[in-house]
Design a protein around this ligand. Structure first.
Ligand code: NIG
Ligand code: FE
Length: 426
């Protein structure tokens, strides 16, 4: 008698398990993928019960449902560790302005950028925001992302920040994707506080974050600490408040200028410091000592056409557990797909495909406060899987511009499948 399971995913040229050991992977271990060739995965009650050669899985298990990877590869569902999906309007015009020579900071100074998204958010209806958010979450899943960190940050007043986080909670509750919510009320100083910045910092620290924490609307708090955003001292005030409320900390750090935000993130014991394009050597040292994870966002460097990129190689060689994310947002990265981010990490940051896969799955999962083992295909882990029609994992760096995701399994359920698994022209 074979053992009954809910689902078997089989006929994978490679099952890239990203397994072995505990916690995130660092250094050389990031470049050593565990792969089961001609593999299959058996799933029951939302968890992985076996990973082995297809023949061995079929000898032991009977699947109520079977999905073939058709000679492609199977990876853990992607974990996107940094997104801003709650917004009311896209900003493609700014992309075009930058192509004509304007900089992100120039656009912000003239009232665009985040300010433009804040105006749009405040005048949008709850229904419109919710509909757009749902569509974006659907897109994440279709791109193979099964767990996502998602921030508020385009409301910048108590009511609007709470609304953004409520929408994340509502949409997350009946959507296959799992959301780890972050309050980013400290994204910018809103225009009505331009002449008294300290009053906005106090509002965030003394009112918005306490309300968010007491209603358990976000596990983490984030602050944009950079040139043209919050200073290190302002950011420290926000982070101290969040820490005293028991929130985890994340920091948009040193993207545009080396202001010492990575050092601040480390000093405060932040879970992540993100962007880090202009991080100093001292910042890398400080993060190592503090167990702060660098979340790198190559889609943003690409969309902003930054001359510098985060020093991923130095970070990996130093032993930091590098993670990757899309930074999906209307201004600086309208990129929902972690598959494209992996290719950009290889092309722009000089990471290997193996390192990029680890950073987009297991290491990213470790920065999310979501229950269970995620970002790995191993016995007992949450059964989040992505199937891709590439012959081996190296294609994820080598190939761009093809929707390689053919199916997505979330907590053991098939939640998306490409209409025609072998697309052909009509
Ligand atoms: O991560 N750097 C700050 N925040 C976002 C951009 C937000 C926006 O421009 O709307 C980011 O890139
Ligand atoms: Fe961001």
């Amino acid at each position: 008698m074979k053992e009954q399971v809910d689902l078997i995913v089989d006929e994978a040229q490679e099952v890239v398990t990203v397994g072995g050991g505990r916690g995130s992977l660092r250094g050389d271990a990031m470049d050593e993928l565990q792969i089961v060739r001609e593999g299959a995965v058996a799933v029951r009650d939302g968890l992985i019960v076996a990973v082995d050669a297809s023949s061995a899985i079929h000898a032991t298990y009977e699947g109520e449902r079977e999905v073939s990877a058709r000679g492609g590869i199977v990876l853990p569902g992607f974990c996107d560790a940094h997104t801003h999906p709650v917004f009311a309007a896209t900003r493609e015009g700014e992309f075009d302005l930058r192509a004509r020579g304007g900089s992100y900071q120039d656009i912000t100074r003239s009232g665009g950028g985040i300010f433009s998204s804040v105006r749009a958010f405040r005048s949008a209806s709850r229904e419109s925001l919710e509909k757009q958010l749902r569509e974006r979450l659907d897109r994440f899943v279709m791109c193979g992302t099964t767990s996502v960190e998602a921030k508020s940050g385009y409301g910048l007043d108590l009511e609007s920040e709470l609304l953004a986080l409520e929408l994340l909670a509502d949409c997350g509750a009946n959507h296959p994707i799992d959301i780890d919510a972050t309050c980013l009320a400290a994204h910018q100083v809103p225009p009505e506080f331009a002449e008294h910045r300290e009053a906005y910092v106090a509002l965030v620290a003394e009112k918005i974050l306490p309300e968010v924490a007491s209603r358990k609307l976000a596990r983490s708090a984030d602050v944009f600490c950079d040139e043209g955003a919050f200073t290190v001292d302002e950011a420290r005030t926000v982070l101290e408040s969040a820490r005293s409320l028991g929130m985890a900390l994340r920091v948009h750090a040193d993207e545009l200028a080396p202001v010492g935000a990575a050092e601040l993130a480390a000093e405060m014991g932040a879970q992540t410091a993100d962007h880090l394009v202009r991080i100093s050597d001292a910042g890398i040292e400080a993060m190592l000592g503090a167990e702060t994870t660098p979340v790198l966002l190559p889609g943003t460097c690409f969309s902003l056409r930054l001359k510098d990129v985060a020093p991923a190689r130095r970070m990996i060689e130093a032993g930091l557990p590098v993670a990757l994310a899309t930074d999906f947002n209307p201004g600086t990265s309208y990129i929902p797909s972690m598959v494209e981010i992996i290719a950009l990490a290889c092309g722009l940051l000089g990471m290997t495909v193996a390192e990029s896969i680890v950073a987009a799955t297991r290491n990213a999962a470790e920065t999310l406060g979501l229950p269970g083992v995620r970002g790995r295909i191993e016995v007992g882990a949450v059964a989040d899987l992505v199937l891709l029609d590439v012959p081996n994992h190296l294609f994820l760096g080598y190939q761009m511009g093809w929707h390689a995701v053919t199916a997505v399994v979330k907590s053991g359920a098939l939640v998306w499948q490409r209409h025609d698994n072998r697309p052909t022209l009509l």
